[in-house]
Design a protein around this ligand. Structure first.
Ligand code: TAP
Length: 453
């Protein structure tokens, strides 16, 4: 049996060795999940809700432990990791109310009564990336359990620790065996088996567009339900009539959060040409002020990248002759550090402008007018997120409607709020997670006609 040693990205020291799950063990887990689903789907709505609330409380009681695990295993600043553990609690709590509200319709028809039921799909395979191990796990897990599905989750090979602990907390909270299992291992083994196994009725995948395409092809063989959350190259559009001070002060956090390893990173800043110089003047101290350092220290805003290989990938977008406008700081010594980096000017066909870098590198490009801004924002195969800064309400609405992306914020950079739907346009994804309708994505609608004759 092979294994993986989790490395602390801030120190390069080993944290824990985790054994890989084999194909045979994956099959056994899927079969356990299928057996568990037969009874989980029949647990009464109030009892299912109560168990999910207990699960949320158990996560809450262990949030400091979960945050410390994420800081050690993924390099997330402890403040951010604490928020992430809180997000798992909140998402579980939000969907704990769903079983009691999973209503169908009564549809007027001649000759009888017609009603619809939302039937759980069955076993759900959840494939999670390394950048936000806790929140992304919870976004699929909570609504799936609420719908009456059971879940087999595969965390990313590099970041399995919090998912493993959350599955233990589920059992401690009283969830029956087999309802939620975590299988650490490789995507090409465990993930692939979840896609190929006929008893898995739905895949929820978050990760790269390339792997997402392979998974979509695999799911087609079984007409398997599928939700995809993929990459992004989102724009932060700043108009001359905006609060430029606030736009510049907040722009670093919209792209350097989680060291830029964020699918929603606003990695292209587009600025109306007439205020470009002023914006750059204000952006420089904001970038230099980002607190980069020991993720275990309170007050740290940005930690290291996940691995040496990923740092080399990010650095390849900033070759020796790159136009670096200015940079923030990063510690010396061990750890996969990379400083916040602003590139300007940058050509429209430069890889740093077109590719998802998934690191703390941002480009700044001027635009002429509103139509130009929308065209530039849309000039990408992605469409996940974005921000619009303007003092003109009409313009905010026009531009929000014009930008082809799933999640936009005006005069702010909020993106993922569990109360609202989240997902991508174009090659950023398929389907939506979160929000009031997420449970529907884990059910099939059954229509029943009852004759009154
Ligand atoms: P991927 O390489 O696509 O990996 C994501 C997950 O898929 C990992 O658990 C991986 O396992 C698994 N996987 C790999 N090959 C597989 C296969 N053939 N079959 C089934 N599963 C497989 O992405 P990544 O590098 O971890 O994450 C970065 C990408 O994710 C970026 O493009 C980013 O934008 C995207 N992302 C998107 C979002 C949203 S919400 N849209 C959120 C976060 C990240 P291993 O552990 O073996 O790699």
């Amino acid at each position: 049996m092979t294994s993986y040693t989790v490395i602390n990205p801030a120190t390069e020291q080993p944290v824990r060795q985790i054994e890989h799950t084999t194909v045979e063990q994956t099959d056994a887990a899927i079969e356990r999940a299928a057996r568990a689903e037969e009874s989980w789907r029949n647990v009464g709505p109030s009892d299912r809700g109560r168990l999910l609330r207990r699960f949320a409380e158990q996560v809450d009681a262990h949030s400091a432990e979960l945050a410390a695990l994420e800081t050690a295993g993924s390099g997330h600043p402890v403040g951010a990791a604490t928020w992430e553990a809180g997000q798992v609690r909140d998402v579980l709590m939000y969907y704990a109310a769903a079983p009691e509200r999973l209503t169908g319709k009564q549809i007027p028809v001649p000759g009888g009564l017609d009603v619809t039921f939302h039937e759980p799909l069955g076993v759900v395979g959840l494939i999670v990336p390394w950048n936000f191990p806790m929140p992304i796990l919870s976004w699929g897990l909570a609504p799936a359990l609420a719908a009456g599905c059971t879940v087999v989750a595969k965390p990313a090979e590099m970041t399995p620790l919090t998912a493993i602990r959350i599955a233990e907390l589920a059992l401690e909270a009283g969830l029956p065996e087999g309802v939620f299992q975590v299988l650490p291992g490789k995507g090409s083994v465990v993930g692939q088996r979840l896609v190929d196994h006929p008893l898995v009725r739905k895949i929820v995948f978050t990760g790269s567009t390339e792997v997402g395409q392979q998974i979509m092809t695999g799911c087609a063989r079984h007409i398997k339900r599928l939700t995809l959350e993929l990459g992004g190259k989102s724009a932060n559009i700043v108009f001359a009539d905006a609060d430029i001070e606030k736009a510049a002060a907040t722009a670093p956090y919209a792209v350097f959060d989680n060291a830029g390893q964020d699918c929603c990173a606003r990695s292209r800043i587009l600025v109306e040409a007439s205020v470009l110089d002023k914006f750059m003047e204000l952006l420089e101290p904001a970038v230099k002020g980002v607190q980069v350092g020991d993720p275990a220290a309170a007050g740290t805003e940005m930690g290291p990248l996940i691995s040496a290989a990923h740092r080399a990938h990010v650095a390849s977008y900033v070759p020796g002759d790159a136009q670096v406008a200015f940079r923030g700081t990063a510690p010396d010594g061990p750890g996969f550090w990379y400083p916040p980096t602003v590139l300007a000017p940058v050509a429209a066909d430069a890889p740093a402008y077109t590719d998802e870098i998934f690191g703390p590198v941002v480009t700044v490009t001027p635009f002429a007018d509103e139509a130009d801004a929308i065209a530039m924002a849309n000039d990408t195969p992605y469409g996940l997120s974005g921000s619009i800064w303007t003092g003109n309400v009409g313009r905010a609405i026009r531009v929000a409607r014009g930008v082809e992306t799933g999640n936009l914020s005006v005069n702010s950079h909020s993106s993922v709020r569990y109360w609202t739907p989240f997902g991508g346009f174009k090659q950023s994804g398929l389907g939506r997670e979160l929000g009031p309708d997420a449970v529907d994505a884990f059910t099939d609608v059954k229509n029943v006609f009852i004759s009154t004759d």
